[in-house]
Design a protein around this ligand. Sequence first.
Ligand code: NAD
Length: 321
Amino acid sequence: MTILLTGGAGFIGSNLTKQLLQEGKQVVCLDSLDSYYNPDIKWANVQQSLDHPHYHFHEGDIRDAELVNTLFRTYAFDAVIHLAARAGVRPSVQDPALYYDVNVTGTLTLLQAMQHAGVKKMVFASSSSVYGDSLQVPFTESDPSDRPLSPYAASKRAAELLCHTFHHLYGFDIFCLRFFTVYGPNQRPEMAISQFTDSILNEKPINVFGDGTTARDYTYVEDIVNGIIQSLENLRGFEVLNIGGSDPISLANLIQVIERVVGKSALINRLPMQPGDVQQTYADIRKATQLIGYQPTVRVEDGIKRFVAWYLVKYKTGLVI
Ligand SMILES: NC(=O)c1ccc[n+]([C@@H]2O[C@H](COP(=O)([O-])OP(=O)(O)OC[C@H]3O[C@@H](n4cnc5c(N)ncnc54)[C@H](O)[C@@H]3O)[C@@H](O)[C@H]2O)c1
């Protein structure tokens, strides 16, 4: 099986690449190594697989239709796993046009190239942020998702809608996976768990937005990778699926867990809630369990231990933060 993996140099993509290669799949990675965070980190991720005979890396932009079409002519793809995006809620408030361009136009470019090439299977990385400030928890896939709070969330919802259109018009099989805050090895450096771990270790103050009661359904990257692969194996029709840990933790408790694992106390710099942030996220995963057999296995305490262990080793390379 040959897969086009967009965004494969990033956090989730690099973890997924390892697993796909281990399972004997051919992985063609398309990634622009963009500058949202240090591209050296992404390049180091790519280098881990470069020697593998079933791995091919192409540096380029998903919005470059000519390049994308060439890839479809060069390889006989069986499916596309589309992770490439401008991620991050808060920065999207500052640059909505860029987020829309990459996340929506980029997705459309890819869908059109697939249509031309007759490749009709895609797993798309969506986000729990599409639920906005939904009061009803846990979030189920049938909940309203038409009140996004950030350009990032709006762009992910818009891309989901395009996926449905291509399913309807051309019979694509597409699963849109709504990931709930992902963490683990190769974590994006700007994400809370990376920032908190680094600051606690180095006795620097951490910025805590709000009163600590905001809660996130943190999901260990290994569980996300399993959800993606299980989706690929069961890809039929159009589905939206929550892929989360289904075990939310408040910001205050998360900080305590990191403090315990690191063995140091946090110095807290309290700041107001950020525009675009939601109060809580909590995945109802019954649909994913039923449809693809998804079941998260790593609890936050254990996941943070594994993350910090990775962090301490990787810290010496200077490529974590
Ligand atoms: N990490 C999370 O908590 C989380 C939660 C929900 C959804 N997601 C989604 O999962 C996907 C992967 O997220 P991640 O955390 O690994 O982020 P990441 O930033 O580490 O990975 C995204 C990758 O896409 C690449 N990219 C960006 N713009 C591109 C473009 N125009 N063309 C080609 N490549 C481009 C980047 O270089 C990067 O390597 C994204 O779509 C993200 O929105 C992530």
